[in-house]
Design a protein around this ligand. Sequence first.
Ligand code: ATP
Ligand code: MG
Length: 556
Amino acid sequence: MKPNFVTEIIDEHNKNGRFKARVHTRFPPEPNGYLHIGHAKAIYLNSSIAKQYNGKFNLRFDDTNPCKEEQEYVDSIIKDVKWLGADYEDRLFYASDYFEKMYEYAAALIKKEKAYVCDLNAEEIRLSRGTLTAPGKDSPYRNRSIEENLNLFARMRSGEFPDGSKTLRAKIDMSHPNLNMRDPIMYRILHSSHHRTKDAWCIYPTYDFAHGLEDSIENITHSICTLEFENHRPLYDWFLNELGIFHPQQIEFARLNITYTVLSKRKLLALVEGNFVDGWDDPRMPTLAGLRRRGYPREAITNFCEEIGVAKFNSTIDVAVLEECVRAVLNKTAERKMAVLRPLKVTLVNYPEGKIEEFDAVNNPEDASMGTRKIFFSRELFIEQEDFRENPPKEFFRLSPGREVRLRYAYFIKCEEAVKDKEGNVVELRCTYDPLTRGGNAPDGRKVKATIHWVSAHNSFNAQVNLYDRLFNNPDPDDAAEGKDFKSNINMQSLEIINNAKLEPSLKDAAKNQRFQFERLGYFCPDIKSTEQNLVFNRISTLRDTWAKIEKKLKK
Ligand code: ATP
Ligand code: MG
């Protein structure tokens, strides 16, 4: 990563010897949902810093809350972290493996009179916490003896008490200016089965108590987290200081926000459960599974993370920056193909019946090493419906009656007649081709103002194409009308399904991980659910298309 405030802190530590020049980071997801692109930023930051300093990087599941966690999420997270190329080697850990150790640390704090069992319920604790301007009130249970506390804590563990009836609290200061320091809860009773420890435990540690211990146990040097934990750092430090154990440095950075996107597992779960999308890996989702299915290359995501950098202040990145990173990678790597999304038949009346010609088409003008392929030409072709206008407006230079255009790689053709059905829709164009323009240039030097793409009717094939667009209409999806939430900003036109696109034959063997540029249309890839019998392609992104602007004007 380019130098930033995190690397500055590390450089300083390396100079003053705080961690003996060791760098060890971690990514600690809670397995309560799929990872999104915000997590990619955290993964990239932690793993690339470790790499850059010849350090280590751990993947650790922060699975201390049994209620919302599932194995499905654990599996998906491992897959996504690997896909991003973040190398945790053999260091995959689970906070739940430390439950016994955490329990011992809690007991040690009781013995130091730094923790006590409290019988107040959640509401009572909240009410006695005070406010930013008023101090809190000491719990009546605050001065229990060490013996009584140890005894009650053991009985909490053994399952004697119902949920919510007791907590273990740190004994700090109920008038501390930082509310997080007012005797925060360390353990709560939850008779709930855990996805890994099953029913071994009915008390679970809170994030604030557990997180620093997890970092300490793993010898993490720099515990990088998002800004909302800044006010929790004094507590992070307090637990480690009181226990006198290895003490990592917590560093906070600004979380990633992107326009037209929600980045919160809770909201993404609501989209999945409300069937607004086709699961966590819907290609419109900002989850890594969704972006992967959409066809976003992982290099595009890591380039994006590198480009946006890290900062101490929250901001929102324009989603166009991400889309531009995707195009930049695909422009260099995607093979060009010809495909027609909304076909209009063209018959070349002066082209011999049954004749087939082959042309060489360039696979990628950016990279000659990607070679060429054969494309096929015949009397019957398909072009895009929108490349023809019966009554062309001023800025429209493509086909219209009497007008000549170039067919990419092939010939000039001229529209002689538009054939209509009973309702007056144009269903076919009867055109002539100029045999002297083979390859796309006229020997007499005459020019045409447009080049359009096409496929041959005789060997193109049908496929479904999903045209994905942004999932939200509003740059800030949370900016919803009174009484509504982010779901009211969902873009109902975010998916258009095209059933009978015509694709050039070489796309039949497209591999699942291959991405293509359909000339003039955008970048596309086969969907993971695509089969040989039922080919489905997803639009990864549009091109920056010069005539997209004109198109907009025409619609006005
Ligand atoms: P969410 O708010 O989406 O539920 P979270 O923070 O609860 O996310 P965790 O599983 O706790 O999700 O996050 C794991 C790590 O990813 C944390 O260190 C967290 O700070 C980081 N992270 C989560 N969201 C973002 C984001 N939008 N930008 C950068 N880092 C993030
Ligand atoms: Mg969270």
